[in-house]
Design a protein around this ligand. Structure first.
Ligand code: CA
Length: 262
């Protein structure tokens, strides 16, 4: 049996006025959502989507993680659609969603948008997600090269997201995790500024707690032009001496606080 130990951080960065990212970490679930939309709608999109995934995972015990995550994506789409119905000024808001879930035996990954998941195994960093962006598709089709992505004007154009449209097609895949694997789930505020080779070096140098801080410092050092959200987790045996936990970061943490004040 396995579960996660996790360290997370969500930072507004050095340029943006608000943090529209959300993240959730529990001993079985890791979620990052990066919201977009004016008039605070991006915060609402990422917070509602992350909450919907958490609620679905907590409520749905029994089915394989891949089945639970499919339901979780559906429920995130419904939550965003409902939030737009509540306030039509939110129309057009959307969020990325990258989530890893384990039930202790099996694990799965769900992904929409340009947040990313990586696994560090045998001293090597492997990207588990494919960006759902215009530029990633253009690279696949050979119309632009990998080197042209960073400077491309359509770099931030996302082709798939949680936008309230139930037809949106998420990648939901089983994930073969083993004890000792280290995971990174992050918004593009990190991965746009800190490349794979740099990520790999920081993984080699730091344990999870120090790594989370080093990753944030690296993105801020590169200008922090976007919100920076990341979860670093290690797959540990179920018997590891750490109680279950629930950590929330970014917009979803603010939403939880304003609900409890209301
Ligand atoms: Ca972002």
């Amino acid at each position: 049996m396995l579960r996660f130990s996790a360290v997370g951080v969500s930072d507004v960065g050095l340029v943006r006025a608000t943090n529209q990212d959300s993240a959730v970490a529990t001993s079985g679930l890791l979620v990052v959502a990066d919201g977009v939309g004016g008039a605070a709608a991006g915060e609402v999109a990422s917070a509602r989507a992350a909450s919907a995934v958490l609620e679905t995972a907590q409520r749905t015990r029994g089915p394989l993680p891949v089945v639970v995550l499919r339901q979780a994506v559906e429920s995130a789409q419904k939550a965003v659609a409902l939030a737009i119905t509540e306030d039509p000024a939110r129309a057009g808001m959307a969020t990325t969603l990258t989530a890893v879930l384990t039930n202790g035996t099996d694990a799965a990954l769900a992904h929409l948008g340009d947040s990313r998941a990586y696994v560090w195994r045998d001293d090597e960093l492997i990207q588990l997600t494919r960006d759902h962006t215009w530029t990633a598709r253009a690279v696949d089709r050979g119309t632009i090269s990998e080197d042209q992505v960073q400077a491309h004007p359509w770099r931030n154009v996302i082709l798939r997201s949680v936008n309230g449209d139930e037809g949106t097609n998420a990648d939901v895949l089983p994930l073969a995790l083993r004890v000792g694997d280290r995971l990174l789930i992050a918004s593009d505020g990190l991965t746009d500024l800190v490349g794979a080779a740099w990520l790999e070096r920081l993984f080699a140098e730091h344990d999870d707690e120090a790594l989370a801080q080093a990753l944030l410092a690296a993105a801020l050092g590169e200008g922090g032009r976007d919100n920076i959200t990341l979860i670093v987790a290690t797959v540990v045996p179920e018997s590891a001496p750490e109680p279950p936990f629930l950590q929330v970061f970014g917009a979803v943490a603010g939403a939880a606080m304003s609900q409890s004040r209301a």
